[in-house]
Write a protein that binds this ligand. Structure first.
Ligand code: ADP
Length: 403
């Protein structure tokens, strides 16, 4: 059985084809710069090394057409017939107020998704275009939507409501939704296995630290709080996002610069802030920030400290509301690859029973592992995330439920 995972961004389409017998990714790639003067197509399979070509791709439909044609190629393709694909799993960033779990695509589901456009206008229309393109290119093959917000739907109301007049909740659906749910869910399941606990009995704080970062509190396998909010702007200091700031700062900026549009303000807070703004390093790439910091750059050091401090605050808050945890998980680009960040986030928490073993923390590895000392009450783990594999599993589950 093969499962195709599709992730449609604003100007790109990423895909991966999984063979579910082995859970191996057998073909994957990305079409980038869709709609621009020149687009690029990078693809590879387990037997064919990466090929990159320039092309012209006007929209998401053309991108998906190119990908499917390629997958069917008689020499280099990975499938002989579209029927080899059992299901297509679509990554959807925001399920809004309509979706709390993965769903099989139907006309009603598409209508509901359209209704949620206003909550994630930068993402949802592109997901929609991808769904329609797959329907045309793969007629008769079921599609499942897997939402980044779904795993967080178990939060209690006192965690997800904002203390603003209730009509904004009732009419406008303004509440905390949380993001990176597929990643938090995946690593929580692996952590439960590593800790020999049932996945519905494990208590964890999971730290997804990448360009975008979020920390989640998991009680008995279910989310009870998470650091991102209505959008991915909330919570930790991130690569280019400011994270939590006093909302009055925004009011102050708008009154001081009345010509600033909401798009400009959005851009300022999402794309020109965070580690990038504080360090002066474009994009806030953590590798560059760490290199600069180790060479004595004070702005880079401040940015690093701010990111780690914000992660530590959420970690400790969630440790508190969970009344202690079985484990802490680090995942995503920074969480998996930066021993310095992990060390800094866990520094000085020995009174909470959190102790990192430097000799386990420092070596690089792409495998899941423990990095806490033998006598650490709380186990600290590094678990490479695999959102695509999680999407394939969720898609198959939805398909099986419908049978
Ligand atoms: P995204 O949120 O875009 O999926 P990723 O999870 O890929 O992001 O994480 C990207 C971040 O991980 C970047 O800041 C990058 O610098 C950081 N990163 C990757 N490798 C390392 C490393 N070896 N050391 C420190 N940071 C790293």
């Amino acid at each position: 059985m093969k499962v195709l995972v599709v992730n449609c961004g604003s100007s790109s389409v990423k895909y991966s084809l999984f063979d579910m017998q082995t859970e191996a990714k057998i073909a994957w790639g990305i079409v980038e710069c869709i709609g621009l003067e020149e687009s690029f197509y990078k693809r590879q399979t387990i037997t064919v090394p990466q090929v990159k070509s320039a092309c012209k791709v006007a929209n998401h439909f053309e991108a998906i057409q190119m990908i499917i044609t390629d997958l069917l190629d008689s020499k280099t393709g990975s499938i002989k017939d579209i029927k080899d694909i059992a299901v297509v799993g679509h990554r959807v960033v925001h399920g809004g107020y309509k979706f709390s779990k993965p769903v099989l695509v139907s006309e009603q589901v598409k209508k509901d998704l359209k209704e949620c456009y206003s909550i994630a206008p930068l993402h949802t229309p592109h997901h929609y275009a991808g769904i329609e393109a797959i329907e045309k290119m793969l007629p008769g093959i079921p599609s499942v939507l897997v939402f980044d917000t779904a795993f967080h739907q178990t939060m209690p109301d006192y965690a997800y409501r904002y203390a603003i007049p209730s009509e904004y909740y009732g009419q406008d659906h303004v509440r905390k939704y949380g993001m990176h749910g597929t990643s938090h869910k995946y690593v929580a399941q692996i952590a439960a296995k590593m800790l020999n606990k049932d996945k519905n009995e494990v208590n964890l704080v999971t730290c997804h630290l990448g360009n975008g970062s979020s920390v989640t509190a998991i009680k008995n396998g279910k989310v009870i709080d998470t650091s991102m909010g209505f959008t991915p702007l909330a919570g930790l200091v991130m690569g280019t996002r400011c994270g939590d700031i006093d909302p009055a700062v925004i009011v102050h900026i708008l009154s001081k610069y009345p010509k600033m549009t909401s798009d400009e303000l959005n851009n300022l807070l999402n794309k020109q802030s965070g580690v990038a703004a504080v360090s002066g390093i474009k994009g806030g790439d953590m590798r560059e920030v760490e290199d600069a910091m180790l060479k004595g750059d004070k702005k880079a050091e401040l940015a690093f400290n701010m990111l780690c401090y914000s992660a530590k605050k959420f970690l400790c808050a969630y440790y508190g509301i969970l009344n202690g945890v079985d484990g802490i998980v680090f995942t995503a680009g920074i969480g998996e690859n930066s021993p310095l960040t992990r060390e800094k986030v866990c520094e000085g928490l020995d009174n909470l029973g959190i102790k990192i073993d430097k000799s386990l923390n420092e070596p690089r590895s792409s495998k899941e592992r423990f990095i806490s000392t033998d006598d650490s009450k709380v186990k600290v783990m590094v678990i490479p995330t695999n959102e695509e594999l999680m999407i394939t599993k969720e898609s198959i589950d939805v398909l099986n439920e419908k049978k």
